[in-house]
Design a protein around this ligand. Structure first.
Ligand code: IPD
Ligand code: CA
Ligand code: CA
Length: 277
């Protein structure tokens, strides 16, 4: 990362790799699963990973605020704030499905400064600093050049609480019929990284939290992509709507979302006689 050395990224990278190694040890042991909600899982790996990350952040930057998924906000009145997802993809992790990551992001006075997402199953380290581009294992990455929605591979996710109040299954249905397909891999931070490096052309999800999105959104923007809410307004860290894309297909995605919200042009379920033939 010769042209990408910053005050924060080298240490963030070290911390994410260390947490990734810890999480992998637990992954091989197949640890016990606990429930935070009806289908909201947590394991010892989530807690130990967060404890490690918080200890390292405090050691290097003792005055910074930290918002971690498991421990909540440690507010010291600093202009710096960390967003920590110690294990994004816990449901995958708990089932032995190897798609999960560690996500760390740093904000200064409300603006994203740096983000790192580490996938320990593939040893892929995504890193970005504001204004300096996005990198995967020290190689510069860019969003895809797909301009036609019908040729897109998209991704989404479903929340693990209040599932019955989430409309996303309708969006999943509609966007699947208008693209090459919609993946639901189970790690929002990695989904955003996949947009940043051009594997996915677009990603959306309702009701994500700041620790899910903070690093990945910076990666998409630094890779030349676009992130907004579902009506095209600016993405905000506490937003309940995340739409990320390569920028080229953003208007088409927004048009589809507008149509779905207003109930226009929805595909009907086929008659059983039609799908049997
Ligand atoms: C979850 C994952 C998943 C997304 C959920 C998140 P967690 O995070 O990012 O892909 O669909 O909305 O809560 O709980 O595994 O850290
Ligand atoms: Ca998460
Ligand atoms: Ca998590």
């Amino acid at each position: 990362m010769s042209d990408q050395s910053t005050e924060f990224l080298p240490t963030m990278t070290e911390i994410a790799r260390e947490a990734g190694a810890l999480v992998m040890e637990y992954f091989h042991q197949r640890v016990k699963v606990e429930y935070k909600g009806e289908v909201d899982l947590v394991t010892v790996a989530d807690r130990k990973s967060e404890a490690l990350i918080l200890e390292r952040i405090r050691r290097h930057w003792p005055s910074h605020d930290i918002l971690g998924e498991e421990g909540g906000l440690h507010d010291q009145g600093s202009d710096y704030r960390w967003y920590v997802d110690p294990l994004d993809g816990t449901t995958n992790f708990a089932h032995g499905f190897p798609v999960f990551c560690i996500s760390l992001a740093l904000e200064y006075k409300g603006r994203s400064v740096a983000g790192v997402v580490y996938d320990p199953t593939r040893d892929e380290l995504f890193a970005a600093e504001q204004g300096s581009g996005a990198y995967l294992n020290q190689q510069r990455i860019e969003v895809s050049k797909t301009a036609n929605l019908a040729e897109c591979l998209a991704a989404t996710g479903f929340p693990s609480h209040k599932r019955h109040k989430n409309p996303n299954i309708f969006f999943y249905h509609q966007i699947t019929l208008r693209t090459h397909g919609v993946r639901r891999a189970g790690s929002a931070a990695l989904d955003l990284c996949c947009v940043a490096c051009g594997r996915f052309d677009a990603f959306w999800e309702f009701n994500l939290n700041p620790w899910d999105t903070a690093a990945g959104v910076l990666l998409v923007e630094e890779a030349g992509g676009q992130v907004s809410d579902f009506r095209g307004g600016p993405f905000q860290i506490n937003s309940r709507e995340t739409l990320a894309s390569n920028g080229l297909v953003h208007p088409a995605m927004l048009a589809e979302f507008g149509a779905i919200f207003s109930g226009r042009g929805l595909e009907e379920l086929p008659d059983p006689r039609a799908y049997r033939s």
